[in-house]
Design a protein around this ligand. Structure first.
Ligand code: G3H
Ligand code: 13P
Ligand code: ZN
Length: 324
């Protein structure tokens, strides 16, 4: 069956433009929480409605095939209505995380996404510029906002992995932003994807000096931080106490993230912490109650744990509470 394109506006979603402008001015960051399933989405919306925070619902290519694009479209519309039902209609963005091709971005735009990332960070500079510009030209026709990336994060991004960071070169950012017309820029300053961001004994610091130099060169331009999970040690301990095997999982300190959120960083991406919170809760229930086999009995506590984590981030790290 031929699918009819749908505009995100019909779903009640917004693009990220105004949210970013306000966040940069106000010195806070908007949460970009990844989700793949119903419980994660419920937790995100409940947390954001309760704290009156705008939210970016973030979906990777893998998450989109896992959840199904048609279901996602309806879930996004449902998320907007659910927040309103809870008493706080928060602005909701549906964003493609790490889009790897022009075609994928177009497909997402046709199925209700209000924002897309085109990640050309692994390409030679001029190719990254050309691909990003092509996506921007297309997306802007539909008033969809676009995130580009300069610099490569260490770790795994979907199928692509890199052993070392290639920090964003501040001298490239003005040229990249002006040639591509992107609405926001993801940078590499020492964060990385996943739960193993630093080796034991390494100084777990990110390069806030590079961030400051980027900000000096493109003042007020919205910056995005990927790989920003903190890897809470209590969650790692709970997982390991109930049969898990996560050795030396280390994240970004909340102090550093608070500093970043107070700067031009206006979108902070968090996925791994949610995975840890869910896994810890599920392992605990299944370990302590081996007779349990109703999914609601372990997915329910996982959802509660996620909601608590998301509220904590909003209130104590990002500062987006009350900004809806
Ligand atoms: O940056 C990657 C995100 O955490 C999404 O991960 O591609 O496994 O869904 P995923
Ligand atoms: P974490 O793995 O640190 O949660 O980063 C997620 C991310 O950057 C998604 O794009
Ligand atoms: Zn990322």
């Amino acid at each position: 069956m031929e699918k009819m394109p749908v505009s995100y506006k019909e779903l009640g979603l917004v693009n990220s433009r105004d949210l970013f402008a306000k966040a940069v001015k106000g010195g806070y960051a908007i949460p970009a929480y990844n989700f793949n399933n119903l419980e994660q989405l419920q937790a995100i919306i409940m947390a954001c409605a309760e704290t009156a925070s705008p939210v970016i619902l973030q979906v990777s290519k893998g998450a989109r095939s896992y959840a199904n694009a048609t279901l996602l479209k309806h879930l996004a519309r449902g998320a907007v209505e659910f927040a309103a039902e809870l008493g706080t209609p928060v602005p909701v963005v549906l964003h493609l995380d790490h889009g790897d091709s022009f075609e994928l971005c177009c497909d997402c735009i046709a199925s209700g996404f209000s924002s897309v990332m085109i990640d050309g960070s692994h390409l030679p500079y001029e190719e990254n510029v050309a691909l990003t510009r092509k996506v921007v030209e297309y997306a802007h026709k539909f008033d969809v906002t676009v995130e580009g990336e300069l610099g490569v994060l260490a770790g795994i991004e979907d199928e692509v992995s890199s052993a070392h960071h290639t920090y964003t070169q501040p001298e490239e950012v003005e040229d990249f932003v002006s040639k591509t017309g992107v609405d926001s820029l993801a940078i590499s300053i020492g964060t990385s994807h996943g739960a193993f961001k630093f080796k034991p004994g390494e100084d777990p610091k990110i390069r806030l000096d590079i961030l400051a130099e980027i900000e000096r060169r493109i003042p007020g331009f919205p910056i995005v931080l990927h790989g920003a999970s903190s890897v809470p040690q209590d969650l790692v301990e709970t997982i390991n106490a109930h049969g898990g095997k996560l050795k030396d999982a280390i994240g970004i300190s909340e102090d550093q993230l608070r500093l970043a959120a107070g700067s031009a960083v206006c979108k902070i991406n968090i996925d791994s912490d949610g995975r840890l919170a869910m896994t810890a809760a599920i392992r605990k229930v299944l370990d302590e109650k081996p007779e349990e086999f109703d999914p609601r009995k372990y997915l329910g506590p996982a959802r509660d744990a996620l909601k608590k984590l998301y509220i904590h981030k909003i209130m104590n790290v990002l500062g987006s509470n009350g900004k809806a």
